[in-house]
Design a binder for this molecule. Structure first.
Ligand code: GLN
Length: 308
């Protein structure tokens, strides 16, 4: 028998499907061909139950939703002090692909924008790009509770056209933030962005964060509790880029979006939410993703400032 959450998920999904605002990302040519009106909404609880609506099992690329997970792995590999020496935790108020460093600290402002994410990728341990990528892929798979794989077509498409990210990589190298080959760091970043996920996977990845780093279905640990706290803090202040303030005011949950159309949000201790809908707003956030999370937050009283 459907419970109250099933009903609310169905209501919010029906409302959001009406919204045709925004446009799919096309600066990565391969992303331009995704079905623009696809929609999925999933909620996974920390005891492993998953509510699914729409095309919850359709695969799409994780894109920038990869950033908090690689940042977490960089923290685990290097410790928080060594990571903080390379990438700050301050909101930038700038678009995700801004070619900039903080003028005073000469570090990327946070790991959720591309400059900070390429820095996190450069900090992942491993003998070469292949080994480092394999560690990242396995790490994301632990959060999702299944083997994730890379989408070659999207990877090749971004690798062919990603000049702006290469410029960021070389800027990081010139300031001594990246000390190895900057093209390797950018290549690793393109690969992590091209990992395929479903909306259900993202909800479970979010629920793993909500569950202090332990996947609620497989019970495997993906990250230590202290690191999860730091990752969620940065997602709260920086996860939605230059729309982070509006997001916190409206939704009040740590979150991350990607230009593939995914959004995930975390209510620590309770649930992970994921939405897939490829049309994006001017910030590169899924239009219906933002709408669905804000409706769910209101109806289920999820805002972290909400007092019952
Ligand atoms: N791979 C994409 C890029 O670097 C990710 C951006 C995003 O999802 N916001 O441009």
């Amino acid at each position: 028998m459907p419970n109250v959450v099933d009903d609310i998920v169905a209501e919010v999904a029906a409302l959001c499907r009406e919204n045709r605002d925004g446009a799919v990302a096309d600066y990565i040519p391969e992303l331009a061909s995704v079905p623009a009106d696809e929609f999925a909404l999933c909620i996974a609880t920390t005891d492993g139950y998953v509510y699914e609506s729409g095309s919850a099992r359709t695969e799409f690329t994780i894109q920038s939703i990869s950033k908090p997970f690689t940042y977490g792995l960089a923290l685990a590999d290097n410790g928080p002090a060594a990571v903080a020496a390379k990438v700050d935790v301050e909101p930038s108020g700038e678009p995700f692909n801004e070619i900039s460093l903080d003028p005073v600290t000469e570090r990327p402002r946070n790991p959720m924008i591309n400059a900070g994410a390429i820095t996190s990728a450069a900090l992942i341990h491993g003998a070469d790009v292949a080994e480092r990528f394999e560690r990242i892929r396995r790490c994301y798979s632990r959060y999702a509770g299944r083997e994730l794989t890379m989408n070659d077509a999207v990877y090749l498409s971004e690798a062919k056209t990603g000049h702006r990210n290469r410029a960021i990589g070389h800027m990081l190298r010139s300031f001594g933030i990246v000390t190895g080959n900057p093209d390797d760091a950018v290549d690793l970043y393109f690969r992590q962005c091209s990992i395929d996920v479903t909306c259900r996977d993202l909800a479970l990845m979010a629920a793993t964060m909500a569950n202090n780093g332990i996947n609620p279905v497989t019970h495997e640990r993906a990250l230590a509790t202290e690191q999860i706290e730091r990752v969620l803090s940065v997602m709260t202040t920086c996860g939605m880029y230059d729309a982070a303030g509006d997001w916190v005011a409206r939704v009040g949950l740590p979150a991350k979006s990607g230009v593939g159309g995914g959004v995930l949000a975390v209510l620590p201790g309770q649930i992970g939410i994921a939405v897939y809908s490829p049309r994006l707003d001017a910030h590169g956030n899924s239009v219906r993703g933002v709408q669905a999370c804000s409706e769910l937050s209101k109806r289920l009283e999820l805002h972290f400032m909400h007092v019952t």
